[in-house]
Design a protein around this ligand. Structure first.
Ligand code: MN
Length: 285
């Protein structure tokens, strides 16, 4: 199932080029009281939400996807975890270009570890990326994004995929420079998740998925998840050995080679096999 959030927090099921409004299924979620849960309520109760959607039996207004504004499919992640330099060819690119990538970026992921992006940076495919520091170089990074479905800690790789709710395309937008990653990658709109969530049962095995990112007519990043250094199960094992993962936590699995600058006026098209494609505009802001 492909689930999206759109317009004024509507819930939709994506069927081809159309979206069916299944917001009525949100009625199965409990009313939250302070203090609010530190996870995403919809993702935590995804099995119940899916049952409620099935019970609607095809009811719900259908609209063209092109007419709705897509929001992040996860509304309230507790954290956005991200993997640096997790593709072999991207490490070579980093080492070859020290002027752009500071020296420690070439370290392998088990030495570098993971980092967090601010939740306030998260947007969906229907919102533009806002370039705020236009005197700095800002780059695109396409990544397979994994959405955690159940609370887990110290999960072994062989059991890790059972804790995944689904997958989406992630754009880890980045200002280049010497500051901490958590600062350079956390500007408002610098984490794009979309265009929708493909549930784990529909998506299947996350290995050997093609990633493609173009800016205008130019192909920038073309890669395959089989070249990940730490694959999805290994990343979940690694991340959950440091912090508990909660429903709705997002893991950006790292970007392949071909990162490059974006400037206002650009349009990014990003696609991953098994998810789909999204167009994201870049504007000054
Ligand atoms: Mn990245």
């Amino acid at each position: 199932m492909k689930l999206c959030r759109f317009d004024d927090n509507r819930l939709g099921v994506v069927e081809g080029d159309m979206v069916r409004d299944v917001s009525a299924a949100l009625g199965c979620l409990p009313t939250a009281h302070y203090p609010l849960p530190t996870h995403d309520l919809l993702i935590a109760l995804l099995p119940q939400v899916r049952e409620a959607i099935e019970a609607m039996n095809g009811a719900g207004a259908v609209r063209p996807l092109s007419e709705v504004r897509l929001l992040s499919p996860v509304a309230n992640p507790a954290k956005l975890v991200a993997a640096p330099v997790n593709y072999r060819a991207h490490i070579e690119e980093v080492i070859a270009n020290e002027a752009t990538f500071t020296k420690n970026h070439g370290l392998k992921i088990r030495e570098t570890g993971l980092f967090l992006k601010a939740n306030s940076s998260l947007i969906g495919a229907g919102s533009p990326i806002l370039i705020h520091h236009d005197d700095r170089r800002t780059d695109h990074e396409i990544e397979l994004a994994v959405v955690i479905g159940q609370t887990c800690r110290d999960v072994s790789a062989d059991k890790a995929l059972a804790y995944v709710a689904g997958y989406a395309i992630g754009l880890d937008i980045t200002i280049r420079g010497p500051e901490e990653r958590s600062l350079r990658k956390s500007l408002d709109t610098y984490s794009v998740l979309g265009p929708w969530l493909v549930t784990a049962d529909e998506f299947g095995d996350p290995t050997a998925r093609d990633l493609l990112l173009t800016v205008g007519d130019e192909t920038r990043q073309k890669a395959n998840t089989r070249d990940l250094i730490l694959d999805v199960p290994a990343l979940i094992e690694f991340a959950s050995s440091f912090y508990t993962l909660h429903p709705g936590d997002v893991i950006f699995t790292g970007t392949p080679e071909g990162v490059g600058p974006i400037t206002p006026g650009d349009r990014i098209r990003a696609s991953i096999t098994g998810v789909g494609a999204m167009d994201v505009d870049v504007v000054s802001g």
